[in-house]
Ligand binder design. Structure first.
Ligand code: IPM
Ligand code: MG
Length: 362
């Protein structure tokens, strides 16, 4: 079987980092037997330039027909004044929703070579390995009604709706428990059950699902405390599961524990394991075109794709080990640079990973 991959580079540094990930896929295809076809399409600001909308029909059709999607990043200052529906972020939210990618896996893994790049003390973060499971197609991001309206007194008010149905909570909970089963079997569900009714139901459903996973130790934490615990003692966590908005916020905090947001991949999965893979960082317009962007998060997203969508664990590990080798050699892009290391750009970093993949051939 030949896998079909939809490649959506997007905006800013997106095309530069995706080009390095494609080099990795090319070598896996040409030298390690990965049966893969790739096709590229425009999304975000690039979609707007090409077709007048951030998620062109052809792009969505290509993604729907593919076995997996590799995405770079979307957004840029030149699009910020567009009407809300035409902004790049809408393309991202639209494709997540249209593909039913409700389960977003965001690992925060600290490479031991980068312990000194974290802003936290090395002993607080050394060995850190957290997986955040973020609900991605519901909650306040998508709840209706939403908008900005005029009140009878003439003042305007903005409003959004935070809503989760039992089936929505149940499926993300199952996804998180299944993830925990493959790891250290500890799951912390994060909510705001002391204030929100939605969270009360969330907690109840997560508790109910836990009966099917007796080996997983379940705990609950309020989101404000979880934010504090993440920076106080992050190693207490194995898997965290939470809503769309809380997950958005906590995953940025968790990412920074590892020293650079430029290192972290993500997978967004549907009910059948089809997925979209993207670095968790954004389009970084400030460094776009300068050749400084770190391609490792995108390359590590490829590893997640090999693991979760193609079930090719050995190839996934090969890619992850190659990244480790390159860090061992002391190569660093500017975002993870520390004294005594060798500063390299986007392309050199991609080349180094490709070489490491080839060198590991037995
Ligand atoms: C993320 C991003 C997106 C989100 C934005 C760009 C819409 O912050 O993937 O975390 O809020 O989900
Ligand atoms: Mg975010």
């Amino acid at each position: 079987m030949t896998y079909k991959l939809a490649v959506l580079p997007g905006d800013g540094i997106g095309p530069e980092i995706v080009a390095e990930a494609i080099k990795v896929l090319d070598v896996l295809r040409d030298e390690f037997g990965l049966a893969l076809e790739m096709e590229t399409a425009a999304i975000g600001g690039a979609g707007y330039e090409a077709a007048g909308v951030p998620l062109p029909d052809e792009t969505l059709a290509l993604a729907q027909a593919a076995d997996a999607v590799l995405l770079g990043a979307v957004g840029g200052p030149q699009y910020e004044s567009l009407p809300r529906d035409l902004r790049p972020e809408r393309g991202l939210l639209g494709i997540r929703s249209a593909l039913g990618l409700f389960s977003n896996l965001r690992p925060a893994l600290l490479y031991p070579q980068l312990a000194s790049a974290s802003t936290l003390k090395a002993e607080v973060v050394a060995g850190l390995d957290i997986m955040i499971v973020r609900e991605l197609t519901g909650g306040i991001y998508f709840g209706q009604p939403r908008g900005i309206r005029k009140r009878p007194d003439g003042q305007r008010e903005g409003f959004n709706t935070l809503v989760y149905s039992e089936p929505e909570i149940e499926r993300i909970a199952r996804s998180a428990f299944a993830t925990a089963m493959k790891r250290a079997r500890r799951l912390c569900s994060v909510d705001k059950a002391n204030v929100l009714e939605v969270s009360e139901l969330w907690r109840e459903v997560v508790e109910r699902v836990s009966a099917d996973y007796p080996e997983v130790e379940l705990s609950h934490m309020y989101v404000d405390n979880a934010a504090m615990q993440l920076v106080r003692d992050p190693k207490q966590f194995d898997v965290m599961v939470t809503t769309n908005l809380f997950g958005d916020i906590l995953s940025d905090a968790a990412a920074m524990l590892t020293g650079s947001i430029g290192m972290l991949p993500s997978a967004s999965l549907d009910a059948n394991g089809k997925g979209m893979y993207e670095p968790i960082h954004g389009s970084a317009p400030d460094i776009s075109g300068s050749g400084k962007a770190n391609p490792l998060a995108t390359i590590l997203s490829v590893a997640m794709m090999l693991r979760y969508s193609f079930d090719l664990e050995a190839l996934a590990q090969r890619v992850e080990n190659a990244v480790g080798k390159v860090l061992d050699k002391g190569l660093r892009t500017q975002d993870i640079f520390t004294e005594g290391c060798e500063l390299v750009g986007t392309v050199a970093m991609g080349d180094a990973v490709v070489h490491a993949i080839q060198e590991m051939r037995e």
